[in-house]
Write a protein that binds this ligand. Structure first.
Ligand code: SF4
Length: 214
C-alpha cells in the first residue's frame, strides 16, 4: 500500500492512541526550579535521564540558583558530575552559564529562546525543553527519539532535527506540542527503539509509514 501523508483525522486518531496508551506524561527530568532544570538538561546530553536524576538528587541540595555554582572550581564540580558522560565539557559550560546568568540575568534563568541559546551548552533542543517544560511555552523539542520516530512514522520527512521540528509544528496542533514531544520520546525508548523497533505489537502500526512500507 503506498504511503499517504497524515491528514487531520489521522493526527486525531494518533493523538487518541497516545492518550489511551501513555496518558499525560510528566517531565522525565527532576527539578525544583528553572536553574535546576537547566542543569539537568545540560547533563542529559548523551546520558540517560535515569542517571541524570540520580546525580541531581544530591547536586540539587547544593545548587538551586546560578550564584551557587558560578564560583565553584571546575575541578570540584567535575568531581560531582563525573558519573555523567562528557562531564568535563558539561561542568565547564554549566559554570560559565551560571556566571552569565548571575551577571546578565539577575541570578535567574530567562524564559526566551535567544537568551537561552546564547548560553554555552544550550542548543535549540535544550532551549525548547526548558521553555516547554518550565515556562509552559508551546515548543516541540526534537531529540534523537523524536527525530527517529517522527521520520519513521511519516509525521515528518526531514534530514535534520530543525526541519523535523518545522514539519511537526506545521502538522500537530500547537496545544499538543509538548505532549507529543513526550509521547514520541517515550515511544522511542520503549517500543520504536533505534535497532529493533517492536512493530508487531506497536499500537501505532496502522499509522506508520515504516510499517506500511515493510
Ligand atoms: S510500527 Fe514500528 S516503526 Fe512504526 S512507530 Fe511502531 S515501532 Fe516504530
Amino acid at each position: 500500500m503506498p504511503w499517504a501523508k497524515f491528514n487531520k483525522n489521522d493526527i486525531k486518531a494518533v493523538t487518541s492512541l497516545f492518550e489511551k496508551n501513555y496518558g499525560d506524561l510528566k517531565p522525565f527530568l527532576n527539578f525544583n526550579n528553572a536553574f535546576q532544570l537547566l542543569i539537568a538538561v545540560v547533563l542529559s546530553a548523551q546520558c540517560t535521564d535515569k542517571r541524570v536524576n540520580i546525580i541531581t538528587q544530591e547536586l540539587f541540595k547544593r545548587y538551586s540558583k546560578p550564584s551557587d555554582l558560578a564560583k565553584k572550581s571546575l575541578k570540584d564540580f567535575e568531581e560531582e558530575i563525573k558519573t555523567c558522560g562528557m562531564f568535563h565539557n558539561k561542568a565547564k559550560n554549566l559554570i560559565e552559564s551560571s556566571k552569565i546568568l548571575l551577571e546578565k540575568f539577575n541570578d535567574s534563568v530567562p524564559g526566551d529562546f535567544d537568551s537561552l541559546t546564547g548560553l554555552p551548552g544550550i542548543g535549540r533542543k535544550s532551549a525548547n525543553v526548558i521553555l516547554g517544560t518550565y515556562f509552559h511555552k508551546d515548543t516541540f523539542p526534537v531529540d534523537t527519539h523524536v527525530f527517529r520516530v517522527a521520520n519513521r512514522m511519516g509525521l515528518a520527512d526531514a534530514k535534520t532535527p530543525e526541519k523535523t521540528e518545522n514539519e511537526l509544528t506545521a502538522l500537530i496542533p500547537k496545544n499538543c506540542w509538548m505532549k507529543f514531544h513526550r509521547w514520541l520520546v517515550y515511544h522511542g525508548r520503549i517500543c520504536c527503539t533505534a535497532r529493533n523497533p517492536r512493530c508487531p505489537t506497536c499500537f501505532l502500526k496502522n499509522y506508520c509509514k515504516y510499517y506500511a512500507e515493510k
